[in-house]
Design a protein around this ligand. Structure first.
Ligand code: HEM
Length: 394
């Protein structure tokens, strides 16, 4: 089928607010939009459409392409790259290890990691909160959860960043190369657990090895794919969110002081930050038949980005959508953690990590903090700041 004329283009560099203005325009004028950028894809910008596509996994599948730009050249990585019912055993194996109780039990170690990583910034009177702090703490927390030896964490940090950079540059060769290095790590972790099994109730790799589907173990190559997937999936969002929350708090010193004075407000504030600054611009689906949406037909087989970041600013659901408003009555309806069968199983860890980060950062900066230089912005598939220089005030 012939493509429609292009409705929008992806242009870099972006600034912190511009993409949100662009998506507001799409929501009003062209809620089902086509672009030739990044290999060509449809973009859904309205809340109801995004929620419908995320929830209906029998029509909108992830097994063809799960993000824009396409990143998976090196194999299938459950649970994201599989559709139900194939996807379910991998989810089932991981979910108990990511429960709220488990996330709470990691709060102490998370706090220690956060304090240790913030200390040199406090000593220096500031620095880039993303580069110096945000890119490290989720790797360290993940390392504890994954029970990885400490020496592997620097390697994971380096390879993770290289992969993200290749994705942002839409560089398939770079993605392949770095992804294969991450696969190597996944294989090494699995080989170690096969030699020295651990308790599947606390070790994610052992839980995948112990999982059964219709009485059979999960296929080796898909266990490798799952470990490879989780090596990165929970690391990028907390970093981008940390940067985004800091930008907001630099702009709104009153809110910064209020949250510092009363940290019990943080869980609600973080939920509103997640709505405003959803770090994943949008994951992708592919329709397995022609689908009608808002008077347009999306042909079978073409990639569709579900713009979570735009859905969360849809004014028909969240009035005054660009404004930070504490305790919106429907705040729990936001889509920052997705919806449907692929919704984020790491939600409790994500929330806990962001809360501890903000508690510790605000406590460590009694005089406040402000922006001390230019922001560097992320590219698809994330959205927000990747570099936020801060000055800690006396
Ligand atoms: C602020 C933090 C986080 C945010 C905003 C976030 C967001 C998301 C979103 C939007 C999805 C849905 C993908 C889709 O619709 O296709 C997702 C999936 C996923 N997330 Fe998170 N995430 C966060 C932290 C974590 C953490 C800490 C983990 C821990 C390992 C994690 C593990 C996963 C996994 C395994 C999936 C795939 C689920 C599936 O396909 O069934 N996430 N995340």
């Amino acid at each position: 089928m012939e493509k429609p004329e292009q409705d929008f283009v992806v242009e870099y560099p972006e600034d912190f607010d511009a993409p949100h203005r662009d998506y507001a325009e799409l929501r009003h004028k062209c809620p089902v939009a086509w672009t030739n950028s990044l290999g060509g894809f449809w973009a859904l910008s309205r809340y109801d459409d995004v929620k419908r596509a995320a929830s209906d996994s029998s029509t909108f599948i992830t097994s063809v392409q799960n993000v824009v730009p396409k990143v998976a050249f090196t194999g299938r990585r459950p649970p994201l790259h599989l559709d139900p019912p194939e996807h379910t055993p991998y989810r089932r194996a991981l979910t108990p290890l990511l429960s709220k109780e488990r996330a709470d039990s990691f709060e102490g170690v998370t706090r220690e990691i956060v304090r240790e990583l913030l200390a040199p910034m406090v000593e220096a009177g500031g620095g880039d909160i993303c580069e110096r702090f945000g890119s490290y703490f989720p790797v360290r927390v993940f390392g504890e959860w994954m029970r990885m030896p400490e020496e592997l964490l620097d390697v994971l940090h380096e390879r993770g960043r290289a992969f993200v950079l290749a994705v942002h540059q839409n560089n398939p060769e770079g993605m392949k190369e770095t992804s294969l290095l991450l696969y190597e790590m996944a294989r090494a972790i699995i080989a170690n657990r096969r030699d020295s099994p651990q308790d599947p109730a606390i070790d994610p790799t052992s839980a995948l090895l112990a999982a059964r589907f219709e009485g059979e173990p999960l296929p080796d190559e898909l266990i490798v794919g799952t470990v490879r997937q989780i090596l990165l999936v929970g690391i990028v969002a907390p970093m981008v969110m940390t940067g985004n929350m800091c930008v907001h708090l630099c702009r709104d010193q009153e809110l910064q002081a209020q949250l510092r004075g009363d940290p019990s407000m943080l869980p609600d504030a973080i939920e509103e930050f997640l709505r405003l600054y959803s770090p994943y611009r949008g994951f992708a689906r592919t329709a397995n038949r022609d689908v009608e949406m808002n008077g347009r037909t999306i042909p079978e087989g073409e990639p569709i980005a579900l713009l979570y970041c735009s859905a969360n600013r849809d004014e028909s659901v969240f009035p005054e959508p660009d404004k930070f408003i504490m305790n919106r009555p429907n705040i729990r309806d936001h889509l920052a953690f997705g919806r449907g069968p692929h919704n984020c199983p790491g939600i409790h860890f994500g929330r806990m990590e962001l809360r501890v980060v903000m508690e510790e950062l605000l406590a460590a900066t009694p005089g406040g903090f402000e922006q001390a230089g230019e922001l560097t912005m992320s590219r698809w598939p994330e959205i927000g700041a990747l570099s936020v220089p801060l000055r800690f005030l006396d």
